[in-house]
Design a protein around this ligand. Structure first.
Ligand code: KIV
Length: 279
């Protein structure tokens, strides 16, 4: 497989030049981070989708700095080669540039991650510049930005009309000028993502943004089919672990109830001599 050297921002940027696709997946804990790292995934995103898939909220808004740091630390312990990017949670970078730098610094210091990600374009350009000036690599995030779900009016494809598409393109250029080293494009038409990808020198990483991006990201739990029910159009389920998990758990329950588990092979022995001495 590829070398064990840590993937850096330079490696990620060189991929765009070389035309070699970047792989990114979300991770929220040590074991999954280790799986993904061992499988050679380039970038692990400790996404604030943590709020939905791990913490059980119905949006990413309640996620806190403490949540991101707690899970960021666990992921960093499992990732030896992949670059770890930690999401800055809602309201950790919007209030002031100073607070954005302080919070990005806390994430880097306390988790050991290699970069942070934050959502938005022109609205967060000053924060991006200041964080980059502090020596912290930044990934931008445009299109459907889940922290703004209420102002976007729901989880919808972005940039279908001229005004929105132009803003997205301008924002991507501004993020590049502000020093971001990559940008996630979420839920945008494939040909708009292609136009953005061709218009900036930093890599684009798409989720629901078609095949022309420089890389792809998915929420790992979606890819593995860990949830029954609704799956967004842009997700491809590479496994259906929900069914396998449900079967395994049902079997465990049945065997415990029938006293078929644990068997002798799962149990420890004691000598008759010791047993006989007990009163
Ligand atoms: O939080 C997250 O998982 C993300 C991805 C959807 C890109 O931001």
């Amino acid at each position: 497989m590829s070398s064990n050297k840590r993937i850096t921002t330079t490696v990620i940027q060189e991929r765009k030049v070389a035309g070699k696709a970047i792989t990114m997946l979300t991770a929220y804990d040590f074991s999954m981070a280790k799986f993904l790292d061992d499988a050679g995934v380039d970038m692990l995103l400790v996404g604030d989708s943590l709020g939905n898939v791990v913490l059980g909220y119905d949006s990413t808004l309640p996620v806190t700095m403490e949540d991101m740091i707690h899970h960021g630390k666990a992921v960093c312990r499992g990732a030896k080669r992949a670059m770890v990017v930690v999401d800055m949670p809602f309201m950790s970078y919007q209030v002031s540039t100073e607070q954005a730098v302080a919070n990005a610094g806390r994430i880097m210091k306390e988790t050991g991650a290699q970069a942070v990600k934050l959502e938005g374009g022109q609205e967060v350009a000053d924060a991006v510049k200041a964080i980059v000036r502090a020596g912290i690599p930044v990934v931008g995030h445009l299109g459907l930005t889940p922290q703004s779900v209420h102002s976007l009016g729901g989880f919808k494809v972005q940039g279908k009309e001229e005004k929105g598409a132009q803003k997205l393109l301008d924002d991507a250029k501004l993020l590049e000028e502000s020093g971001a080293f990559a940008v996630v494009l979420e839920c945008v038409p494939a040909l708009l993502a292609q136009k953005v990808t061709d218009s900036i020198a930093i890599p684009t990483i798409g989720i629901g943004a078609g095949v022309y991006c420089d890389g792809q990201v998915l929420v790992t739990n979606d890819l593995l089919g860990l949830f029954p029910g609704f799956t967004p159009k842009f997700v491809k389920q590479y496994a259906n672990l929900h069914t396998q998990l449900a079967q395994a758990i049902a079997e465990y329950r049945k065997e415990v109830e029938e006293r078929a588990f644990p068997g002798a092979e799962h149990s420890f022995k004691i000598s008759d001599e010791v047993l006989e001495k007990l009163y």
